[in-house]
Design a protein around this ligand. Structure first.
Ligand code: BGC
Length: 768
């Protein structure tokens, strides 16, 4: 498996670079992202470079200008450190850099960079370290050690808060106030232009010469939207100057705000600034270890450690981006870049949620509470369209927002005009996907308290929307769903997209089941919900409409038509698009109108349906549909490979499964240096975990419970992992010849239609 980033043979938790490679900085910035679910910072270098893209976000602080889509504003930069050596600016583009190494430790999120730099007669050794704290969500700490190797030098260090950052040109912040507190604390207060979220950012520095702390007050420099502290120190040959930067960020919508952003920021930094870098790092590493890694375990014994690194990397990014409270969601690119503006998609429920609910269910719980809060926006959206219930936004930002998808995209190859993005109005399957995610969570965790308080209501609101969205077609004597975009976004006006119809059918049926069940078994919840819906009327409507909804059945060849017309469209040879390193290559040859009429599929569509509904659809049609759709799918979305890998493994195409697994790992880690520059692909990363656990590990939540039916790649000696199933910690070991299951509580699982019971701490071993 080829990676575009360096790894080490003997370290499963390290990715990095061994030469400065400044032309590809933007890719490394995304890959070496640091975050804690509140604060997210790209891995930009401390000193500036031409093609850098500095981004720092606080989750849930969206801002919107008229005629533009709402987006997470790019905060003032706190990473910057400018160093002058005898008047010459440190830059890897000048002088000679040797022994360069920069790496991200995936175990605790620390970035370490070290190198020797020779400029003129001066040679110095530099070591930079930094982390975003998992222990204190507001905190970022960085440290630089500089040792002159050839002669005494004068070092000038400039560090501060730089608000001249934009989101691709849009400045979201007003010119705020900038000042120094207690002669040492540099602070900027600012506010978003339209959403009026207030921010305070504070920085405090400590300097040491060898072990002795220097009492130096900075020389302040204030510019437009910038405030810097400057220091000047003489350092003798072989002495080590250590510069420690403590920086923190508070926002006015923080849930832990005590006083106001400025005071909270300052008080906290005064307190934290007494600790050493190392001590604060240990506190953060401790949280990674105790609260995260102990509950999320995957070990792959293979002929090399690339698969292990890929799954560690995926887990690192997912946890670093998982919201630490329930009012936020995970953007398609997390906080790792400006791509998709911080918006959340169906990516969360269908791709990321399984990871969280089987590892640390409290994160999944938070994500679903967000969707409960998001009912405000979703109900608004339904009403705007003349529908009932709740219609979830295709792109979600603040929970109260109805739809955040932009209206215009890139230029049409034929007309030269910007293409209208229809997803916000017609990619409606998200409303069933959210309900599906809610139900999967309830099934996997057994969290009926959430179900009663919020989960059932979400499903019912969605079901009510669908009941008002389906339309009667007297020709076929069925309800149908017309003019939608399914997962294959290259069909913009599909009628009866199979994925959408089956999901909607499931949602309405589940809604009816929930009402019937509550009426029989839980009158308290029933009457509470009855105040929001007319439950009797709704159940009747859901039963009637779900039973009469048109569901495209497999045809005589076993093929489920992707939509009413897909099978009649022209077929073309798509090899050149499938093998291209770049996505959207097909737009060089066709525009969307033309693609609408071709048998070309952007990403897993019917195949995803077959995976999600493997319980309900005949198993023997998977291979036929694979043979039909897989060759027509050009994988122009990072969501596609994982479904293909898992299905291929299921149907015994083991080489293809591994091939798709590799492709999936390479979405971000691979050699295409143009990909990921606007952020990594969170659903693709979740896909890496899914392929390993759901695919090779064979873990599925099926109708009758937990199924474990593993098959690992032939190059793997074993796969070991843990998961949480209905509150029990389950450890699974899979080898080429057997698998074993141990649980800390009583569980049962299904393997090839047999049910196995596991007593607490008893090891059940099954030969494969
Ligand atoms: C995909 C969508 C996905 C979005 C965000 C698009 O390219 O087609 O399915 O939700 O990216 O990841």
């Amino acid at each position: 498996m080829l990676f575009g980033i360096a790894t080490k043979k003997d370290d499963d938790w390290w990715i990095g670079v061994t030469n400065p490679d400044t032309p590809h900085l933007s890719k490394y910035e995304s890959l070496m992202f640091q975050g804690n679910g509140y604060l997210g910072i790209r891995g930009s270098l401390e000193e500036h470079y031409l093609n850098e893209k500095r981004d720092m976000f606080v989750l849930g602080t969206f801002d919107k200008f008229k005629n533009e889509a709402t987006e997470l504003p790019n905060l003032p930069d706190i990473v910057n450190i400018e160093i002058m050596v005898n008047g010459k600016l440190l830059s890897l583009n000048h002088g000679e850099t040797t022994n360069y190494q920069r790496g991200l430790n995936l175990h605790n999120g620390e970035i370490v960079r070290s190198f020797d730099w020779l400029n003129g007669k001066d040679k110095l050794h530099f070591e930079f370290r930094r982390f975003v704290s998992m222990d204190n969500c507001h905190l970022f700490v960085s440290e630089v050690k500089v040792t002159p190797l050839s002669d005494n030098v004068r070092l000038q260090i400039k560090s501060g808060i730089d608000g001249q950052q934009t989101n691709g040109g849009t400045q979201h912040f007003v010119e705020g106030t900038k000042r120094l507190f207690n002669a040492r604390f540099v602070q900027m207060q600012t506010q978003t232009q339209n959403s009026l979220v207030k921010f305070a950012l504070t920085e405090y520095h400590r300097l040491f010469l060898n072990a002795t702390e220097l009492t130096l007050n900075p020389r302040l420099q204030i510019e437009r939207r910038q405030i810097f502290a400057n220091y000047s120190i003489d350092v003798e040959k072989d002495q080590c100057l250590t510069f420690v930067k403590y920086a923190n960020v508070f926002a006015s919508n923080d849930q832990d705000l005590k006083d106001n952003v400025s005071m909270d920021c300052l008080c906290q930094l005064k307190h934290v600034g007494r600790e050493s870098y190392q001590k604060l790092l240990e506190a953060s590493s401790h949280v990674w270890e105790e609260k995260i890694w102990q509950d999320s375990f995957v070990e792959i014994a293979s002929h090399n450690n690339k698969p292990q690194i890929a799954v560690n990397y995926a887990r690192y990014q997912l946890f670093a981006n998982a919201p630490c409270d329930y009012s936020k969601n995970i953007g398609a690119k997390g906080m790792t870049g400006e791509g998709y503006k911080g918006h959340a998609f169906w990516d969360t429920e269908i791709f990321m949620l399984p990871f969280f609910m089987l590892n640390i269910p409290s994160y999944a719980h938070n994500l679903l509470i967000y969707r409960y809060l998001n009912l405000i926006g979703a109900q608004k959206k339904a009403r705007q369209g003349g529908y009932q219930g709740a219609q979830y936004p295709w792109e979600a930002a603040m929970p109260e927002d109805a739809e955040s998808a932009p209206l215009w995209g890139s230029a049409d190859i034929i007309t030269g005009e910007p293409m209208k993005i229809l997803s916000g109005s017609t990619e409606i399957h998200v409303t069933a996907d959210v309900a599906f995610g809610v139900y999967q969570y309830i099934k996997n965790t057994g969290d009926y308290s959430f179900a009663k308080r919020m989960g059932y209501e979400i499903i019912l609101q969605c079901a009510q929307f669908w009941a008002s969205r389906v339309t009667w077609n007297s020709e076929i004597n069925h309800f149908e769903i017309t003019d939608v975009i399914g997962p294959d976004e290259y069909k913009e006006h599909a009628n009866n997209n199979a994925f959408t119809n089956y999901m909607v059918h499931w949602c309405m049926r589940k809604g009816a089941e929930i009402i019937t069940d509550l009426r029989q078994n839980d009158l308290i919840t029933y009457s509470r919900l009855n105040k929001k819906f007319d439950m009797k009327k709704l159940v009747k409507e859901l039963i009637e409409k779900s039973s009469m909804l048109y569901l495209p059945a497999p045809n005589e060849n076993g093929i489920i038509a992707q939509d009413d017309n897909y099978l009649s469209y022209k077929k073309i040879n798509v090899n050149k698009y499938r093998t291209s390193d770049n996505i959207s290559e097909i737009f060089k040859d066709f525009d969307l109108k033309q693609l609408d009429k071709l048998q070309v599929t952007k990403q897993a569509d019917v195949l995803l349906l077959l995976l999600l509904f493997e319980d309900e659809l005949p198993k023997n049609i998977i291979k036929q549909n694979w043979d039909y759709y897989e060759p027509k799918t050009i994988h122009d979305s990072s969501l596609s490979f994982s479904t293909h890998a898992i299905l291929a493994n299921d149907i015994g195409l083991y080489d293809r499964a591994f091939d798709y697994f590799e492709k999936n790992c390479q979405i971000d880690l691979g050699t295409n240096m143009g990909s990921s520059v606007k952020g990594v692909h969170m659903a693709g990363l979740a896909g890496t975990w899914k392929i390993v656990i759901e695919g090779f590990g064979g873990i599925r939540a099926v109708k009758d419970g937990l199924r474990i039916q593993p098959h690992i790649p032939s190059t793997w000696k074993h796969l070991k992992f843990s998961l949480i199933w209905r509150g029990n910690k389950v450890d699974v070991l899979v080898t080429q010849t057997y698998f074993s299951v141990i649980s800390d509580g009583k569980i049962k699982f299904i393997y090839h239609d047999h049910i196995y019971h596991v007593e607490p701490q008893e090891r059940v071993l099954i030969e494969i």
